[in-house]
Design a protein around this ligand. Sequence first.
Ligand SMILES: C[S@@+](CC[C@H](N)C(=O)[O-])C[C@H]1O[C@@H](n2cnc3c(N)ncnc32)[C@H](O)[C@@H]1O
Length: 283
Amino acid sequence: MSATASPGSDPYAFATDREEEERRLVAQARLFEPITEELLRQAGLGPGMHVIDLGAGPGDTAILAARLVGPTGSVVGVERSPEQAAMARRRVADLGLDNVTFAEGDVAAFGDLLAGQARPVDAVIGRLILMWVPDRAAVLRTCAERLPPGALVWFLEPDLTYDYAMPASPLWAQVQVWILGTIEGLGAEPRMGPQLYRAFRAAGLPGPTLESRTIMRGPDSAPVWFLVNIVRAMLPVATQLGVTKPEEVDIDTLEARLLADLAADEAAMIVCPMTAAWTRVPG
Ligand SMILES: C[S@@+](CC[C@H](N)C(=O)[O-])C[C@H]1O[C@@H](n2cnc3c(N)ncnc32)[C@H](O)[C@@H]1O
């Protein structure tokens, strides 16, 4: 997303500063790693499988999948941003993993990538990607129509409309309005998690298994940085869309103010509920 993006063009709202975006995604990935691993294992991702990870970002989901499939398996991450793909490759090299590669491209066209795979694809996975893809129906249809019978289709997506804190102070409520206003202004889908079942069915896939996980923490351990990082990354686009402006957000003091409100209200922070949906391509 460049600073000149407009609603209806590219809904991915975070990309104004590539290095900052990479750091943000890596920190965010650590937060979601335990639930991602649990739900990939539960879905049957395991040794020897050949996996495609859509919207790989700096590579965390692909790296996790590479650990799960082990040395006899392999993973290809698909990522549109050359900077993110480069970072993912650097991280994989640093980790000494030789069963993960990254392909640059739009996930809407990942059918072309399927054709070039040296071995049959056992699983297509993705985390926090369908919400950003305008033609997510085409992505799921490609899974339904182009993957071999028995292949696993697995996505993990959020509901960003759920409460961010309970109780939510006016500032916590305001942060939610900024984030939702920006996502909706860009034409992305803030409630992709709850819509996964219908999206799978509309693509002709069998009704998926659904599991949701929600991270909640009190003021002493709340990952308020997660929310602040999102607001920081979105701010230029939010300003452009007229959702808010830097003077109103005061990003450098936002984390301290949100934490102070949590402590004063003895409130719990709620990190967006995440829903995994998975199914197997019928024979
Ligand atoms: C929120 S990040 C998630 C990254 C990773 N899946 C994770 O959970 O850590 C979404 C990523 O998808 C990429 N992306 C967004 N739209 C895309 C598209 N249409 N095709 C390929 N990549 C896309 C962005 O560049 C970004 O790296």
